[in-house]
Design a protein around this ligand. Structure first.
Ligand code: GYE
Length: 366
């Protein structure tokens, strides 16, 4: 059994180790895990030595959520001019074809490194082979690429564990509150993204084991509008038939709350509907504090610093971790359960404390 550190603590540890190690990320600090499959890549040029800016192309998913804005800001801050970088940033507007095109443009521009947050998890091998042939190291952040391993390193979250944790929390919370029948509606994130796949599969695993009814599960595209539209249609189709809504990010939850309010459905602590969300951005935690969202499972977006540390390691010809996982606390509105225990995707039994939100402004990481 292992206890996780809260993200804030891990980040300060990381910051300390970044200073202590002169810019190289220590992927073994805190709870970050190294798959052990380290890769050494030669520096792609003499950029650092010559003092020239290091050129980085970043193909970002889009601008669909508060999480995404925080991610973009974090990468832009890490790869700033002051830090010695020249960043080509492309907002791919949730369009996979546009994202592949952006990567091809980075190859044309002969950047030193390419950073990709993959909109979907498949369809990558051809373009990653092109990056490899051009000798440009690729770093993947946030979402995973599942049909190719032609990248140097990945930094992100274990989405399956987020779904497993949400399901386990619901099981323990319903038991503690004496709620027997769970009739669940899910608003999924953008279909085909590893965030949607992991959160869906993790939650479903617990739902199947418990024999819960998932009445419906539709794509809300990780947006507030999407969440609202799906919830409006759920309220019409399943009036009076559901008591749990799982939104796969906070922005969808904001839209779902508007739709439920309009339909006269109450949600949150001791209301008609238990509302579960993911991300734990500041606005999300404010709703946890006010009791409108019952539980919010954090996904940590400030990955720019980790990514830049990997580039610095590669510049020095050092071995980098193939995988670095973020550490993320789970937030709740009430002091009903202290912790949850579940078997994670790596088959380990994990106990995690639950953090009651009493001051969203200071508890939020972004
Ligand atoms: O949860 C959502 C965003 O890929 C983890 O994408 C990310 C997800 C995040 O749009 O808000």
């Amino acid at each position: 059994m292992k206890k996780r550190l809260v993200a804030g603590l891990l980040v300060s540890l990381m910051a300390t180790s970044l200073v202590a190690c002169g810019g190289a990320a220590d992927s073994n600090s805190g709870d970050a895990a190294d798959a052990g499959d380290g890769t050494t890549t030669e520096a792609s040029g003499d950029t650092a030595a010559s003092g020239d800016a290091i050129t980085v192309g970043f193909a970002q998913v889009g601008h669909e959520s508060d999480w995404r804005t925080a991610s973009t800001n974090s990468v832009q801050a890490a790869f700033s001019e002051e830090n010695g970088y020249d960043l080509e940033f492309v907002d791919c507007d949730n369009d996979s074809a546009k994202q592949i095109e952006a990567v091809r443009q980075f190859i044309q521009d002969d950047v030193d490194y390419i950073v990709i947050d993959p909109i979907v998890s498949t369809g990558w091998d051809t373009v990653l082979t092109e990056c490899e042939d051009a000798g440009i190291p690729v770093i993947v952040i946030d979402r995973t690429i599942d049909d190719s391993d032609k990248y140097v390193s990945w930094v992100g979250s274990e989405f399956m564990n987020e779904g497993l944790a949400a399901g386990t929390w619901l099981k323990d919370y319903a038991a503690a509150k004496g709620i027997e029948d769970l009739n669940i509606l899910v608003i999924e994130g953008s279909n085909g993204s590893s965030a949607q796949i992991g959160r869906t599969d993790g939650f479903k695993k617990i739902a199947d084991a418990e024999g819960w009814k998932i009445i419906d599960s539709q794509d809300g595209d990780f947006t507030q509008d999407g969440g609202q539209q799906v919830m409006e249609s759920y309220c019409k189709s399943y009036e009076g038939k559901f008591n749990v809504v799982v939104c796969q990010n906070d922005n969808e939850a904001f839209g779902a709350m508007d739709a439920m309010k309009a339909a006269g459905v109450s949600y949150g602590v001791d209301k008609d509907v238990i509302l579960i969300s993911f991300d734990a951005c500041k606005a999300g935690l404010e709703y946890v504090q006010s009791g409108d969202i019952n539980a919010d499972f954090m996904c940590y977006p400030l990955q720019g610093e980790y990514c830049a540390a990997i580039v610095q390691q590669l510049e020095k010809g050092e071995t980098v971790a193939k995988q670095t996982f973020m550490t993320e606390p789970w937030y709740v509105a009430e002091d009903v359960l202290d912790s949850i225990t579940y078997t994670n995707n790596a088959g380990e039994e994990v106990t995690e404390e639950l953090v009651v939100v009493t001051d969203a402004a200071s508890q939020a990481s972004y």
